[in-house]
Design a protein around this ligand. Structure first.
Ligand SMILES: [Zn+2]
Length: 407
C-alpha cells in the first residue's frame, strides 16, 4: 500500500515554545544510532512470534528478568498490576520491559491492523491507568529501508528514491533529537510521522534498500549563523502546485528551506482533485471538543470561514464560529487531522468550504498531503528529467545542502 501523508509531529502537549528551526550538525548528542518507533498505543494485549530465544530485560535498570525464553509465541497483557507474560506465567511489575531476540532476524507482532514483521527489539511500556505503548527499537538505517519502501511507489525513479531516503533520515534524526528526550519514542510508524511498514513492504520495493545504502549518513541542512543545521524535512505526496510554508502551520520561525512558494510543475500539469467531503456540524463540534479543550468554551459550531490563506489560495487558518458569533481560530492542517485523521478523505487543506444548515462541505479539494517541503510526485517527475537527488532537494528546500551526519 502506498501511503501518502507525512507530517512532523505536533508539539507534545504542554509545550508552547516555538520550536527551534534546526539542530546544529555535530551537536546531536550521545543519542546513539538507534531509533524508537511507536508501533501502537492503548493495546491491552500483545502477541509476538519469533524464532530462537528471547531475553526479557528491565528497560531502566537493565536487569535481566527472564533469560533465553524459547517459545515460538508470547502473549503479554497490560493491566494495573503490571505486564503479564501469559505463557511464562510471570507478572512484570516494571513499567517498561525490553524483548531482546537472540537469533530471530524477523519478529512478527500482532497489531490491530494485522500481523506485521519487524527487525530489532521491542519495548513494552505500561503507562498510567493501564495504558500501553509498543515500541520497536532498531538501527536508524535499517528503519529507513522500511520507511522509503512504504512512502514511494515501486515505479518511482532511482533519484526520487535517493531523495526520499535523505529526507526520511533527516526527518527521523530531527525528531529524535528534538522530541525524543520528552517521551518514550522518537517517531510514530504511521502518517503522524512517516510511514514505516516493516519487512513485508521492504521485500516488495527492493529499490528502498539501495537508496538508503547509497545515501548512508546524508542529511539535509541549511546554513545558519552558528553553522549547518538539520531541519525538519516535511514532505507530502502531491503539493497541489505550490508548496506551503511550514511557519504558519507549525508556528515555527520561517527558514529559507521551508518558506514554501516553490512551484511544482508536475502538480500544475497534473492537478489532483478529490471528492467533496460532507461533515455534520454536530459531529464536527464533538470532534473539536474531544481534541481541543478550548472548543468547550463556545457553542456548537455553526459556521466556518477561511481566516488566512497562502498566495496560492490554500487556507492556513480557519475560523470556527458558533451561532452567537463567537469564534475560535484553528490551523487548517489541524482541522483536517481532526475531521479525518486518516487523511484519506480530506486529503489536503486546499479546499473551499461551503456551509449548509446542518453540515459543512469541503469542496474543490486539490492535492494530497500538507504540501510542505518536497512533493513526492514532483520529485519523481524531476528525476525522470535527469535531476539528481541533491538537485531535487535543493529545489524543494531552497538554499539547503547535503551534509554527512555520520559515516
Ligand atoms: Zn507537487
Amino acid at each position: 500500500m502506498f501511503l501518502y501523508l507525512s507530517a512532523c509531529d505536533r508539539t507534545p502537549k504542554g509545550r508552547t515554545d516555538t520550536p527551534i528551526p534546526g539542530i546544529l550538525l555535530g551537536q546531536e548528542g550521545p543519542l546513539g544510532r538507534s531509533i524508537r518507533v511507536l508501533l501502537a498505543d492503548g493495546l491491552q494485549e500483545l502477541g509476538v512470534k519469533f524464532v530462537g530465544s528471547v531475553d526479557i530485560v528491565d528497560s531502566v535498570s537493565r536487569e535481566v528478568l527472564e533469560s533465553g525464553v524459547s517459545l515460538p509465541e508470547l502473549t503479554f497483557i497490560f493491566d494495573e498490576s503490571g505486564i503479564q507474560g501469559i505463557e511464562i506465567n510471570r507478572n512484570f511489575e516494571s513499567p517498561s520491559i525490553d524483548l531482546v531476540f537472540n537469533e530471530s532476524n524477523s519478529i512478527a507482532v500482532q497489531l490491530p491492523d494485522g500481523l506485521k514483521k519487524y527487525r530489532g527489539k521491542l519495548r513494552l511500556v505500561r503507562e498510567d491507568e493501564g495504558r500501553s505503548l509498543v515500541v520497536n527499537i532498531l538501527d536508524l538505517e535499517t528503519y529507513l529501508i522500511g520507511v522509503v519502501a512504504a512512502e514511494l511507489q515501486k515505479s518511482f525513479r532511482k533519484e526520487a528514491f535517493r531523495a526520499q531516503a535523505i529526507i526520511a533520515r533527516t526527518y527521523a534524526w530531527y525528531q529524535k533529537r528534538r522530541y525524543g528526550k520528552l517521551r518514550e519514542w522518537d517517531v510514530k510508524a504511521s502518517e503522524g510521522s512517516q510511514v514505516y511498514a516493516g519487512l513485508e513492504r521492504e521485500k516488495l520495493v527492493p529499490q528502498a534498500r539501495r537508496a538508503v545504502r547509497d545515501t548512508r549518513g546524508l542529511v539535509c541542512t541549511w546554513t545558519s549563523p552558528e553553522g549547518e543545521r538539520i531541519f525538519c524535512t516535511y514532505y507530502s505526496s502531491r503539493c497541489g502546485g505550490t508548496t506551503q510554508a511550514s511557519g504558519p502551520v507549525k508556528h515555527e520561525k520561517v527558514i529559507a528551506p521551508l518558506a514554501g512558494n516553490v512551484i511544482c510543475w508536475y502538480c500544475r500539469r497534473h492537478p489532483y482533485s478529490w471528492e467533496s467531503v460532507r461533515i455534520e456540524k454536530s459531529l464536527l463540534t464533538e470532534q473539536l471538543r474531544d481534541r481541543y479543550q478550548k472548543f468547550n468554551s463556545i457553542g456548537p459550531i455553526d459556521d466556518l470561514k477561511v481566516w488566512s490563506e497562502t498566495s496560492a489560495g490554500r487556507p492556513v487558518m480557519l475560523s470556527l464560529i458558533d451561532s452567537e458569533g463567537q469564534a475560535i481560530e484553528l490551523e487548517a492542517e489541524n482541522f483536517r487531522l481532526v475531521v479525518d485523521p486518516s487523511g484519506r478523505m480530506v486529503k489536503s487543506t486546499m479546499f473551499v468550504p461551503m456551509v449548509e444548515d446542518d453540515a459543512i462541505i469541503l469542496t474543490e479539494g486539490r492535492g494530497f498531503g500538507h504540501g510542505m517541503g518536497m512533493c513526492q510526485y514532483g520529485a519523481n517527475d524531476l528525476a525522470k528529467e535527469g535531476w539528481k537527488a541533491g538537485e531535487i532537494l535543493r529545489y524543494y528546500y531552497p538554499t539547503s545542502r547535503l551534509s554527512r551526519a555520520y559515516e
